[in-house]
Design a protein around this ligand. Structure first.
Ligand code: GTP
Ligand code: MG
Length: 260
């Protein structure tokens, strides 16, 4: 059983006040699902809290301790990499504040089991009648503007690149995409999708049809996080830089291909 396990990575930076142990434990309901709690150099007692939680299911919950704060993207990258090194066949990540409820995260992970043709599943905060997607209006519209720009930058019609719940099948493209730290601190999700689509010299990228978005039934804004409007502005700048870098790279590749 262990060799078919799935790992949900939960990046945690100063989350002591927000961690909900009971809710997090519900992620272990399906057999074969494990958690990897990543302490991103927290300065509160997050680390002790994570160890206490892991002690409640030592075989199924691990703690990865990062010495200094490297940001969510690096915490997620290190966690996913460790899970894959440990043999996980499916991996995912989820924000510690459980804005995406645990049942929804399990639904995301389950898509990979149901659909062998899919390698990447993105939680998507689409507001539809009958669904509970609660976000303040300003956040919603800024988020929509960002998501549109991100989708244009990727050349992939993604509705929501920034939802904090995603799952991936173990593929060579994923292993290669996680090899190096992300260049951008604020839009690592977009950078990860870019890498998965592009592949590298040795590994082909994933085709667009390997990506699916799962509209969430429920998502709520949880206050007390570390990201405010300034972070949103930084994310915009990071996205612009990423797009410019990619264009330059695309042009260079184009020149190189024309020469060869
Ligand atoms: N902000 C931030 N979050 C980190 C960092 N490292 C890991 N994380 C985790 O990344 C996840 C998302 O962080 P949040 O602060 O909830 O970000 P957010 O949801 O965009 O912002 P809020 O709406 O304020 O909650 C959480 O699980 C954090 O603990 C870091 O350096 N900074
Ligand atoms: Mg949050």
């Amino acid at each position: 059983m262990r060799e078919h396990h799935a790992v949900i990575v939960i990046p945690c930076f100063n989350e002591a006040a927000r961690l909900d142990d009971e809710a997090l434990l519900t992620l272990l309901a399906p057999e074969g699902v494990e958690l990897l709690l990543v302490d991103d150099g927290s300065t509160d007692d997050t680390r002790a809290r994570l160890h206490a939680l892991a002690a409640r299911a030592p075989k199924r919950i691990g703690v990865l301790e990062l010495e200094s704060n490297g940001g969510k993207g690096e915490a997620v990258r290190r966690g996913l990499e460790a899970a894959l090194l440990d043999g996980a066949l499916r991996v995912g990540y989820l924000d510690a504040d459980l804005s995406t409820p645990t049942a929804e995260m399990l639904r995301i992970l389950h898509v990979l089991e149901e659909r062998p043709d899919v390698d990447v599943v993105l939680g998507s905060r689409v507001r539809l009648l009958g669904r509970r997607i609660e976000r303040r209006a300003l956040r919603h519209y800024l988020g929509r503007a960002f998501a549109t720009a991100a989708s244009l930058s990727l050349g992939l019609p993604v509705y929501d690149t920034q939802c904090g719940a995603k799952a991936f099948r173990r593929t060579p493209a994923l292993l290669s995409a996680l090899r190096a730290p992300f260049a951008s601190r604020w839009v690592f999700d977009v950078e990860l999708l870019r890498r998965l689509l592009d592949g590298d010299d040795d590994v082909p990228g994933l085709p667009p049809q390997a990506f699916v978005e799962l509209p969430l039934k429920e998502w709520r804004e949880v206050h007390g996080g570390n990201l405010g409007p300034i972070a949103m502005a930084k994310a915009g700048v990071d996205l612009a830089l990423l797009t410019v870098r990619e264009r330059a790279r695309g042009t260079r590749l184009g020149h190189a291909r024309r020469r060869s």
